[in-house]
Design a protein around this ligand. Sequence first.
Ligand code: HEM
Length: 508
Amino acid sequence: MFSVTFAIVLLFFSIVYYYFKSKYFTLHGPIPGIPPHFMFGNLLHCAFLLPGAGSIPDVFLYMRERFGDVYQLWLGSKRMIMINCLEDAQHIFSHRLIYDQGDVFTKNLKIINPHGVICLKGAEFKRHASFTAPLFRRAKILVHFNTITECTDKLLDRWRTQYKDSNEVHLDMIEQSQQLLLGIFGFIAFDYDLQTLEENSGNNKHELTEAFHSFLNTMQIVLQLPTFVARIFWFLNFKARRARTIIDQYVNDMIEHELNSPSEMRSERKRTSFIASLVTSLQEDEKVEAAKPEEEKKGLSRVEVMSEMIGFLGAGYGTTSTSLIWFIYFMSKNSQIQNQIKKELAEYNGQHISHEQLDSLVYLECVLRELLRLVGPALGTVRTLTTDDKLPASGFELKKGESVMISFYALARDKRYWSDLYDLNEFHPERFLYDTEHKNNLSALMAFGGGHRQCMGQDLARLELKLICARLMQFVSFGDGGNEVNSGGYDVTNVNKPKKIGVTVRFD
Ligand code: HEM
């Protein structure tokens, strides 16, 4: 009896295995790739194929070298068709009705933040975008200029008291950059001091800041798991769910506070904080709106507003802080580039600079462009096909439901699109300065994505980065802490961070 039961169970699992293996973990069609393992996809290949167990960015380059512009890649259970040719990438970005927001990662993101604009499509996306996109218009963003400067000054003050020895190597630049960007986010999004820039913020975190950290760490893990595992992980992760409840309580209190403030104050505050702006879009009667078809719905519900705020944090904080971390890393390795930036800033002699003056810093602009080209925080973006299509340059046929990933990382290093003045794997801001023959094809720099789903917060991110970097360079120089602690490398979670960063900080 036991052996019959055992045989039936074995048969059942074998059928399930072969069904899923042949449906989801097998190379189909003419697009090349490496046959994937069950559930692990190409992850094990990635670890063994490349010398020194390559990072994901190395894998992207290796596969392009081996298979050409279009290949299949399974990152674990997630299958994507990788696109490495600019013409195909532009075709994808410009055909929004065929290539909609990618499902591969947003499916998982939806588990923990279902109503954030990044996860939405169709009419629901349009309704949300009509309230969220205007928050990032240039005129709205410039209002935050002083906040960004003040927060950076707070960080500098902290360094002045804590980093007295200019030869000491600091290994906490990732935390420092994250605390700065989270502090700024608190003010811009909620008009709220998250106290991340206080002297003792490392030991004694504010409850909301702690909750943000816990939630964001969980988000990184959830994004990478197979969707059904991600659901179980989220369900069993009481700490992260408690963090989400704390965040929701705070955001809800902030909404109440906004609603109870006098209307003339509210219209003034609307200019300066995301939450005050979004409160004006709250639905008057959520039950009535919920009963309408999506196309007829107006405004946002309270839960949707909360989801948007958390979505902005997820999309904006890790990406911008990572770029700042890379800036510090490259400055520590290139004293001549730091000197060049300082030369450009010298005339302001440590004074606060205006946004017109910030705009005029051409060399710093080239440094930031080069940063986003070489080590942009996102390695690529995904779109999912709503109908069959054919790629114009490579000629491959794609099927409805398949997902393509445009590889920003490979395009940014592709000799076909860049001048050969400097090595494309090295950091040379001058490549943007001396390209007099216009050999650089700037469309191959896609750090913020493209088409109808490109980054909503890109102007804010650019302003934050340029202003913070300028302010830091007005006062400090970063030095190389030595190869053992400052070797860079890639630590790819949801963003592409340096693995090892250790720098000295000297006040000039
Ligand atoms: C250096 C900083 C940043 C980088 C490199 C970056 C990059 C990206 C990328 C690659 C995408 C996907 C675009 C696509 O699929 O075509 C994206 C989407 C998005 N980003 Fe950013 N981002 C940054 C900062 C920010 C900031 C500061 C915010 C807001 C606070 C933000 C909000 C968003 C939103 C809301 C989306 C979703 C747009 C949509 O789905 O329609 N990002 N970002």
